[in-house]
Design a protein around this ligand. Structure first.
Ligand code: C5P
Length: 222
């Protein structure tokens, strides 16, 4: 493996949205370009790690030097994450759909002039919480993301505790900031140990590099 702060480490990253099918031509999705997750995967590979990137449908290129597993739904993402373990570090940057249609219709729902159909939803598995709670084979460092539009730090603290991860990267995605799909990001890094860092607005690539530096420090030298 390449030298660097993550040399010899196995790293798993999720990125992008999930698509939850309604019928063969329609789906429910979250807004996510995959840019931040992909940047983290690229930075981890550049830091010497062996990286598996589990990605939902995105329109950006695969990062160099990374094994990419493509999925569509949250359930497929969870299966791919389980298959990619064990890992030393797992970073959950994907915008996973919280719900999916209770049933996927086998044929296209027709607009037949009657009332619009209603959509019954069921909850998707929470991949981050599932991995954080693993009794056996839990990655040593589990990192979650929180995209918030208001009271960013309050919500992030609560999410860190609820999800059971070690670190949480919180970003302000209120529409005025242009983070969604954009090239830059303003993040706070919160630790379960109570630590808090707030970084200036940086390019997503630079955020990826800085995060990987912090992950390396937390994991220590192999
Ligand atoms: O609860 P919320 O979706 O805001 O939490 C965001 C964090 O949880 C992100 O790290 C995201 O990747 C992860 N997550 C997940 N599976 C879900 C929902 C969120 O891994 N079903």
């Amino acid at each position: 493996a390449a030298p660097g702060p993550l040399a010899g480490r196995r790293v798993l990253v999720t990125s992008g949205p999930t698509h939850e099918p309604i019928d063969p031509v329609r789906y429910l999705a979250n807004r996510s370009s995959g840019r931040q997750g992909h940047a983290i995967a690229a930075a981890a590979a550049a830091a010497g790690a062996e990286v598996t990137l589990v990605s939902g449908p995105v329109a950006i290129p695969d990062p160099a030097g990374v094994r990419v597993v493509r999925v569509e739904t949250a359930r497929e993402m969870l299966d791919a994450v389980r298959a990619a373990l064990p890992a030393d570090l797992a970073v959950f940057a994907a915008a996973v759909g919280d719900w999916r249609p209770a049933a996927e219709q086998a044929s296209k729902i027709k607009k037949d002039g009657s009332a619009p159909p209603s959509l019954a939803l069921v909850e998707n598995p929470d991949i981050l919480a599932t991995v954080s709670a693993m009794a056996e084979g839990r990655p040593r460092l589990v990192v979650g993301f929180a995209a918030e539009t208001d009271r960013v730090l309050d919500h992030a603290r609560a999410k860190l505790a609820r999800k059971g991860c070690d670190l949480l990267v919180a970003n302000d995605v209120s529409p005025a900031g242009g983070v969604m799909g954009g090239a830059s990001n303003t993040v706070h890094l919160l630790g379960r140990d109570g630590s808090l860092e707030t970084w200036p607005t940086l390019g997503k690539d630079e955020v990826g590099r800085r995060l990987v530096e912090r992950f390396g420090t937390r994991l220590g030298t192999p």
